[in-house]
Every structure is written in structure tokens, then in C-alpha cells.
Design a protein around this ligand. Structure first.
Ligand SMILES: Cc1cc2nc3c(=O)[nH]c(=O)nc-3n(C[C@H](O)[C@H](O)[C@H](O)COP(=O)(O)OP(=O)(O)OC[C@H]3O[C@@H](n4cnc5c(N)ncnc54)[C@H](O)[C@@H]3O)c2cc1C
Length: 491
């Protein structure tokens, strides 16, 4: 990719903006196109009635010095501008509440092993094996060799099988298996389908270190956008891409909804693969490509309600809470609660999230945002009441607390274009491992894909996936050297 050639990036989530900043840093002329009024995608929070509501960032892992997300933030030059609060200083990052039991997910792998042994004293052998797998996962992040050298030195036989099978084979009890599986609710795939490597990468990233945004997602999104502009990049908002222009099986640019055209031999799609497909004309790829993309299964939808609570009624909890209920043969996460200080003095925001099937909302999928009928609003209010009630059961009465806003899977369709309102993009399950193996590649010269569906969801997963796609494009050694020249430690 010659630096003088412009690059167009479709979508300004963490995937698109990370790709844009890296490419701009390497001297490319980059334009990001975003259909929404403001950049940031899921990372951007919004404010209702003076209360800041988070969307796609409640906490992040691996941001301590020398850890992978921090290395990326350092490289792109945003670390110093995004204030973070470390979680787990008092020993708890996440509190799991199950019938008859509580478990604390701590801030280090050693403490995790201790807490597991304390909760499941008869399962020392299983726990030792699990901790060894997590150590391997942490080791894989070392020097980011997978991402910056293309090395994949892992035990495929173990890492690509379902984590649930692995736990069963080790002889884990129902309780241990359920506790180990809780973090999977953050990536939208259950233990029976989640490959071991994805489970272990996700758990270990939070064990490396866990952080909350001190200033919220809107500030983070603005920081990324500002950094890109500083490096000479451009962001066009409020004017989505309506078509990817193709000639002789190579991309030549994009057409925007406004009718404007941007000419470019390189396009990075940082949107869901099904949305990318919708921007291409049928004759630009083989039917097999279309069938593969359209048959991809999505992660489940999420319903969230944001509640303003007075500080004196409910002091800030410095940890997240997962409530699990007993299902057929397991315990399942039904509610995730997260609290943060609100910009409004004396108030905190309590965000309560629960799984929500798209079917529940499908009736209204053809209605327009802001003009949905009363029935939709009533359904939202009922769902919010269910979640709020779970919070009341946990915390006791909250007389002055008030629901300020809720979002449904349809909100993700409205804002991100997420097919079926899936929260975490394509389900990275073992059952569709072949279909998801190379989603970054497309049949068209010059068209590449990044974003949460491509490698792994989450801020870390999406950012690392972006590196994995860009490194071979710009040259592994070029990118690695640029990291080293930027003084990034541990490369
Ligand atoms: C409720 C929820 C909570 C989460 N919590 C956490 C968490 O605590 N920690 C964590 O690490 N991860 C969390 N995640 C996951 C994380 O937010 C995502 O994995 C990540 O932000 C995805 O980034 P992305 O760039 O792939 O996609 P997005 O952020 O979805 O960005 C895609 C962008 O493309 C734009 N777009 C779509 N179509 C077009 C078009 N035609 N033209 C132009 N632009 C277009 C969209 O408007 C959007 O801005 C959460 C996700 C959800 C849904």
C-alpha cells in the first residue's frame, strides 16, 4: 500500500478508529466514514437528563504498563489522555452472585486460583489445569508476537475445542464450570461453543488488570477522533457509505449517502460483515461468499437500563456484579450490573444489563427510531422494571432512584446497524469456526475487514484483531519496528 494512495475506512468504532490512527501514523492518507452524527460506535456513551449512560465499555482489561491494550493505546498515542480507574484494589473486580454462593473475581491470576480453590476445595487438580491454561494465554500476549509477527504457537487441538468440553473432560463440577464460564457472557458465546483460546484470552485479559473509564465512553471516542485528526486523518460523520465501488474485482472507492464519492484503491470495512456485503453489488463476488456471510449466526441481543441513583442511597460499588440463576444443567448469567460516578454531583449511574432475544423486538423492526408505537415503549418499560426489580432485590429499596433511559436490541440495529441486534457481532463459536476463520479477507482486491466480528469482540479483541489485519498489509516488520521506534515496551 503506497502511502500516497488514500485509504477509506468504513465505520468509526474502536476497530475503524484504531486502524485509521495506525495507518495515519504510518504516513497514509486516511478518511473514516461514519453514518452516525458522532464518531465512536459502541464505545461512545450518551447523556440523558444529565446522567452519562455507557453503551459498549463498562470495563477493559490488560491496560497496565506493558500489557497488550496499553501497548496499543501507547502506540496510537491516547494512553495519557484517557483517564482510567483501576479496579480490584480491594480485591474484587467482579462479584458473582449465585443461589447460595458468592464468588469474587479478583485482579490477579494467583488470587483467582486461590479464590477458586477456596470455593471448590475438592477440585485442586482441575483448578491447577485451568490456571495453567490461563498462564499460557497471558504468555501469548507477551511481545504481541501473534499480532506483530504472525506467529501462532498454540496447541490447536486444545485451543479450538469448546471450553465446556474441556471443563467436562477435566471433571469440573457444575459450580466450577459455571464460575469459569461467567466472563463468556461478555462476549456472547456460551461454554459449549466458545473455543478454549477465546475463553482463556478473555478471562486472562481481566486478570492481567481491569479498568474503568474515569471520564466515560464519549470522552474516549472524542480522544480517538482528535488523535486521528492530529495525524492528518479525516472523519466524515453523518454520511454513511451506501456502496463500495468495484471494477474488475478490485475496489476503487465508495459512494456516500449524500451522493459524494471517495476514490481509493484500499478500503477497510470496520462494520459487521453482513453490512459490508450489503454495500457490494451481487456481481462483485461469488455466491459462495454471499452464502457464507449471510449464514453467520449472531451473538444474542442485550437490553440495558440506566438508573440514576443518589450517592447517599447507593454508594458507588467499585466492582461489577453478575447475577446467575439456575438453568437446566448449569447456572447462567441473567443480569450484569455496573456503577459509575455521574457528571451530575451527588448521583451515580447504575447500568443493569440482561440478555434479550431479538424475537421479542422483531415486531417493531420496520418502525423508525423515535417514532415507534406506544406498545414498543410499554415493552421497554416492562423490561426496565424487571431489571430494576433485580437491582432492588440486591440493594434494597432505592426511593429516589429513577430510570433515565433503556436500550433494546433494536437500538443496536438503529445505531450500529447490528444484524438481529447482536451485541457482539458474529458468534465466534466452534460450530462456525470454518465460516469465521478468515472474515478479514474478502474476494475483492483492496477490500479488508476489521471490527469485533473479525477476530474477537471487546475493546481488546477488536483492537488486537485490527493489528492482526494491518500487520500483513503494511508489513509485519514495518509495524513491529514502528512500535519499537515509538518506545513501546515489551515488543
Ligand atoms: C452493551 C455492550 C456492552 C459492552 N461492554 C463491553 C465492556 O465492558 N468491555 C469491552 O471490552 N467490550 C464491551 N463491549 C464490546 C465492545 O463495545 C465492542 O466489541 C466494540 O466496541 C466493537 O467495536 P467495532 O469497531 O467492531 O464496532 P462498532 O463500535 O459497532 O462500530 C461500527 C461503526 O460502523 C458504523 N457504520 C455501520 N454501517 C456504516 C456505513 N454503511 N457507513 C458508515 N458507517 C457505518 C456504525 O455506526 C458504528 O459507529 C460491549 C458491547 C455491548 C453491545
Amino acid at each position: 500500500m503506497p502511502p500516497e494512495d488514500p485509504i477509506v475506512i468504513i465505520g468509526s468504532g474502536i476497530g475503524g478508529l484504531t486502524a485509521a490512527i495506525i495507518l495515519a501514523k504510518l504516513g497514509h492518507r486516511v478518511t473514516v466514514v461514519e453514518k452516525n452524527k458522532l464518531p465512536g460506535g459502541l464505545m461512545r456513551s450518551y447523556t440523558r437528563k444529565g446522567i452519562e449512560c455507557e453503551v459498549g465499555i463498562h470495563y477493559m482489561g490488560a491496560l497496565d504498563k506493558g500489557q497488550p491494550l496499553r501497548q496499543i493505546f501507547d502506540f496510537i498515542g491516547v494512553s495519557d489522555r484517557i483517564p482510567l480507574t483501576r479496579m480490584g484494589e480491594d480485591g474484587v473486580v467482579d462479584k458473582y452472585i449465585l443461589p447460595g454462593m458468592e464468588f469474587d473475581f479478583p485482579a490477579s491470576i494467583d488470587r483467582y486460583g486461590e479464590n477458586l480453590r477456596e470455593a471448590f476445595p475438592d477440585e485442586g487438580r482441575q483448578i491447577a489445569a485451568i490456571i495453567a491454561v490461563l498462564h499460557d494465554a497471558i504468555g501469548r500476549f507477551d511481545s504481541m508476537s501473534i499480532f506483530l509477527k504472525g506467529e501462532t504457537n498454540f496447541d490447536f487441538a486444545r485451543e479450538l475445542r469448546p471450553a465446556g468440553d474441556y471443563f467436562n473432560e477435566l471433571g469440573c463440577s457444575l459450580g466450577l464450570r459455571s464460575i469459569l464460564s461467567v466472563p463468556l457472557s461478555l462476549i456472547g458465546v456460551g461454554p459449549d461453543e466458545c473455543p478454549v483460546y477465546l475463553w482463556s484470552s478473555s478471562v486472562s485479559s481481566y486478570l492481567m488488570s481491569s479498568w474503568r473509564l474515569t471520564r466515560g465512553g464519549a470522552h474516549m471516542a472524542d480522544t480517538f477522533a482528535e488523535r486521528l485528526r492530529e495525524l492528518g486523518g479525516e472523519i466524515i460523520c453523518n454520511d454513511g457509505v451506501s456502496k463500495i465501488l468495484v471494477q474488475n474485482r478490485a475496489v476503487r472507492g465508495v459512494a456516500l449517502k449524500s451522493g459524494r464519492e471517495l476514490v481509493s484503491p484500499t478500503i477497510i470495512s470496520a462494520i459487521h460483515p453482513k453490512l459490508m456485503l450489503g454495500l457490494l453489488s451481487d456481481d462483485s463476488y461469488k455466491p459462495s461468499f454471499k452464502n457464507r456471510i449471510l449464514s453467520l449466526q449472531e451473538t444474542p441481543g442485550i437490553f440495558a437500563t440506566h438508573v440514576a441513583v443518589p450517592e447517599d442511597e447507593l454508594p458507588l460499588r467499585p466492582y461489577n456484579i453478575f447475577i446467575l440463576n439456575e438453568a437446566a444443567d448449569k447456572y447462567e448469567v441473567v443480569t450484569f450490573l455496573n456503577m459509575k460516578k455521574s457528571p451530575e454531583p451527588g448521583w451515580n449511574t447504575l447500568s443493569i444489563l440482561g440478555g434479550s432475544p431479538y424475537e421479542q423486538w422483531r415486531t417493531w423492526e420496520h418502525t423508525t427510531r423515535g417514532q415507534r408505537p406506544r406498545e414498543y415503549k410499554e415493552a421497554k418499560a416492562r423490561e426496565a422494571a424487571v431489571l430494576f426489580d433485580r437491582a432492588l432485590k440486591l440493594f434494597g429499596p432505592l426511593h429516589r432512584a429513577r430510570v433515565v433511559d433503556s436500550f433494546t436490541p433494536l437500538s443496536f440495529v438503529d445505531w450500529m446497524g447490528s444484524p438481529e441486534g447482536g451485541a457482539y457481532g458474529v458468534r465466534r463459536s466452534t460450530t462456525q469456526k470454518f465460516k469465521t476463520a478468515a472474515l478479514h479477507r474478502t474476494p475483492l482486491t483492496g477490500l479488508h475487514a476489521v471490527g469485533q466480528s473479525v477476530f474477537a469482540p471487546g475493546i481488546l479483541g477488536t483492537a488486537l484483531g485490527t493489528l492482526r489485519v494491518l500487520a500483513p498489509l503494511v508489513g509485519y516488520e514495518t509495524l513491529r519496528q514502528k512500535f519499537i521506534d515509538s518506545g513501546i515496551e515489551g515488543i
